[in-house]
Design a protein around this ligand. Structure first.
Ligand code: NAD
Length: 246
C-alpha cells in the first residue's frame, strides 16, 4: 500500500475483533501508531503484542464506548503517549434485536448507547485536541443499513442513520479547523456482528444476507484508502457493498 500513514496516531474503537482488528493490523503494518480500545483486554493485548513483535507501535485501553470516561481515557492515551491524535475511527458497534413488534427495549438502549452515544463520546473526546492541532480525521463506521431500513432492522438502522447525520454535521462544523470527517458504510462483512441477534427468524435472514459478505481485509483497505487521501481530497462517504447487492 502506498502510504501517508507513517507515524500517524490512530485511535480505533472496537479493535478486539472484526473490522477494527483488521484495520489495526493493516494500519500498523503501514507505519501508523495505533491506540486500541474495546472491552476485551485479553484480545486487545494479544493484538498489541502481535503488532509490537512485527515492529509496530500499539497501546491498549480497556474501553466500553458507552462509558464517556472510558472513551476520554482512550483518546487521552494517544495524546499522552504519542503527543497527538491524527485519526479517530469510531468503529465499535452492535446489531440489536430490532423487531418493533417484539420489543426488546434493553437491547435497543444498548445499541443506542454503543452505536450512537459511543460515536458522540469519541468525537467529544477527540475534537479539543484536533482543533488545537488544526488537523485531524474522524472516520465513523455506519452501514448500508444507515441508508435503507429493512424489515426488522429499524433500531439498528436508526443508530446508523444517526451516525451518518453526526458525520455530516461534523464535516460542516469542522472545515475551518482542517478536520475531516468520513463515513464508511459497509454492506454485509464477514464478522461476528450478527451473533447478537437472538430472534431465530431474523437471525436466519441476517445469515442469508451474510452469505455474500465481503472480507474484513477489504474494509480495512477502504478505511486506509480514506485516511491516505491528500488533504486536498475530501471524501464524505464510502459505501462498500458486495457486487451481488449493487
Ligand atoms: P464485530 O462484532 O466483530 O466487532 C465489533 C467490535 O465492537 C468488537 O470489537 C466489539 O467488542 C466492539 N464493541 C461492542 N460493544 C462495545 C462497547 N460497548 N465498547 C467497546 N467496544 C465494543 O463486528 P464488526 O462487523 O467488525 O463491526 C464493526 C462495525 O462495523 C460496527 O459499527 C458495525 O455496526 C459495522 N458494520 C458491520 C457490518 C457487518 O456486516 N459486519 C456491516 C455494516 C456495518
Amino acid at each position: 500500500m502506498t502510504s501517508n500513514m507513517s507515524g500517524k496516531v490512530v485511535v480505533i474503537t472496537g479493535a478486539s475483533s472484526g473490522i477494527g482488528e483488521a484495520t489495526a493490523r493493516l494500519l500498523s503494518a503501514a507505519g501508523a501508531y495505533v491506540v486500541l480500545g474495546a472491552r476485551r483486554l485479553d484480545k486487545l493485548t494479544a493484538l498489541a503484542d502481535e503488532i509490537t513483535a512485527a515492529g509496530g507501535k500499539a497501546e491498549v485501553v480497556q474501553t466500553d464506548v458507552s462509558n464517556r470516561q472510558d472513551v476520554e481515557a482512550l483518546v487521552g492515551k494517544a495524546v499522552e503517549v504519542f503527543g497527538r491524535i491524527d485519526v479517530l475511527i469510531n468503529n465499535a458497534g452492535i446489531m440489536p434485536n430490532s423487531r418493533l413488534d417484539q420489543p426488546q427495549v434493553d437491547d435497543w438502549e444498548r445499541a443506542i448507547d454503543i452505536n450512537l452515544k459511543g460515536t458522540l463520546y469519541g468525537i467529544a473526546a477527540a475534537l479539543p485536541f484536533m482543533k488545537q492541532q488544526k488537523s485531524g480525521h474522524v472516520i465513523n463506521v455506519s452501514s448500508t443499513s444507515g441508508h435503507r431500513v429493512r424489515p426488522t432492522s429499524a433500531v439498528y438502522s436508526a443508530t446508523k442513520f444517526a451516525v451518518r447525520a453526526i458525520s455530516e454535521g461534523l464535516r460542516m462544523e469542522m472545515t475551518p479547523y482542517n478536520i475531516r470527517s468520513t463515513i464508511i458504510s459497509p454492506g454485509p462483512v464477514d464478522t461476528d456482528l450478527p451473533s447478537s441477534v437472538t430472534d431465530p427468524a431474523v437471525a436466519e435472514q441476517v445469515r442469508k444476507i451474510h452469505e455474500i459478505a465481503i472480507s474484513v481485509e477489504t474494509l480495512a483497505e477502504t478505511i486506509a484508502f480514506a485516511i491516505n487521501q491528500p488533504e486536498t481530497v475530501d471524501i464524505n462517504e464510502i459505501v462498500v457493498r458486495p457486487t451481488a447487492m449493487e
